[in-house]
Design a protein around this ligand. Structure first.
Ligand code: GAR
Length: 208
């Protein structure tokens, strides 16, 4: 891709959409100057992320997995929309669903995810609660490439945060959120500038 072409990004989200909105606003305000969010895909029609993204002027595809016979058929339908919009890469932003072979095969090493723990610790749901319950003193966020396993692909970036004795799942989630946003913007900026190279499980960053 020539350096001047923006990375045409689809954002997949299921709920509130703070990560999706942070990406959309950063792109609009020139803080993510080589990324163009061209579509939001929402698997929970009516979720706040759908309304909020439309308000920001980004088209939204609301699509319900249960309306399809299989995961492949559901992802095949999404793929048609991604192709129509000439999408280059996908950012999962609170998309609470495993991505299957149809999408992974169509976007090899081009799908990113943000997860609210220091992977490989605490994959899956309620990562913040898992960290508090386990008793770890540090936690954080991970941005990684997506493969077929849950919260598993090569790690692009991690940022960490101490867990305070008084932390609850809510307070820790709240304190982690701005770090999630930062890590995702930095990772997407690097992707859009062609700075990320995968070697086995390692992601190597080149200079800008
Ligand atoms: C975020 O904390 C994100 O890291 C998490 O869901 C939340 C979505 O919030 N994702 C996962 O747990 C994925 N395994 P948002 O809708 O406000 O971005």
């Amino acid at each position: 891709m020539p350096a001047e072409s923006p990375l045409r990004l689809a954002i997949f989200a299921s709920g509130r959409g703070s990560n999706a909105l942070s990406i959309i606003r950063a792109a609009k305000e020139g803080r993510l100057s080589r990324v163009e969010p061209v579509l939001v895909v929402c698997d929970k029609p009516g979720a706040p992320v759908a309304t909020r993204s439309r308000e920001e002027g980004v088209p939204v595809l609301e699509i319900r997995p249960r309306d399809f016979d299989s995961k492949d058929a559901y992802e095949g339908a999404i793929l048609e929309h991604l192709r129509e919009k000439s999408v280059d890469a996908v950012a999962l932003a609170g998309y609470m669903r495993l991505v299957g072979p149809v999408l992974i095969g169509s976007f090899p090493d081009r799908i990113l995810n943000i997860h609210p723990s220091l992977l490989p610790s605490f994959p899956g749901l309620a990562a913040q609660k898992q960290a508090i319950d386990y008793g770890v003193k540090m936690t954080g966020v991970t941005v990684h490439f997506v493969d077929l396993l849950m919260d598993h692909g090569p790690v692009i970036m991690q940022k960490c945060l101490p867990i305070l004795p008084e932390d609850t799942e809510e307070s820790l989630s709240r304190r982690l959120l701005p770090i999630e946003h930062e890590a995702y913007l930095e990772s997407l900026d690097a992707l859009s500038r062609g700075r990320l190279r995968i070697e086995g499980r390692r992601v190597l960053w080149s200079a800008d």
